[in-house]
Design a protein. Structure first.
Length: 187
């Protein structure tokens, strides 16, 4: 039974994750700026309609409410930023893993099945990548079998071809063996 794979680094693509989180938090912050201005306007209109002592109390209440809202807003935006980092981790993590997987294959590693964590997005992408590499492996096997068949035809042809043409067939056969060796070492 295999252990559950857990990614412990939450900023796997910091440029994307931080940029995305900052954009979302900026939109939240900008959209919430309407509340302090609305409260200031409301308190100003109320304070003009009441006696000076009540107006002073409204002014104090307005200041306290604005301070509370500013603190609340920074806390809320901070929480949204952290949540955005976690949410983008579910996107950036699979892409990061796929990128490393493809780089390792380009570096000479044999393709294996790629899987993403249960909570990650894009499981269908992993299945598609696995299908592509399975298809390529099947095609490589078919090509290897065909090259083996062609090589045997060329060996049979060499028996009936004049001596001056045998060098061409030997060259073709050598090239086929190189290709077959390369196909076999990719497994």
């Amino acid at each position: 039974m295999s252990a559950t794979y857990k990614r412990s680094i939450f900023l796997v693509n910091p440029k994307f994750q931080i940029r995305f989180s900052l954009i979302i938090c900026s939109l939240i912050y900008l959209s919430s700026l309407i509340y302090p201005f609305t409260i200031i306007e409301l308190f100003n209109s109320l304070s003009s309609k009441v006696n000076p002592e009540a107006a002073m109390q409204l002014k104090d209440a307005r200041s306290e409410l604005i301070i509370f809202l500013v603190i609340y807003q920074f806390l809320f935006v901070g929480i949204c930023f952290v949540l955005c980092i976690f949410m983008t981790h579910k996107i950036a993590g699979p892409i990061y893993k796929l990128q490393n997987y493809l780089r390792s294959i380009a570096g000479g590693a044999a393709p294996t099945q790629i899987t993403f964590r249960d909570g990650d997005n894009f499981h269908d992408l992993a299945q598609d990548v696995n299908s592509v590499f399975d298809s390529l492996a099947d095609t490589r096997e078919e090509d290897f079998a065909y090259l083996t068949e062609v090589s045997s035809y060329i060996n049979n042809l060499a028996l009936v071809v004049p001596e001056d043409k045998k060098s061409v067939l030997e060259e073709i056969n050598a090239r086929l063996k190189d290709i077959q060796t390369r196909l076999r070492t990719e497994d």
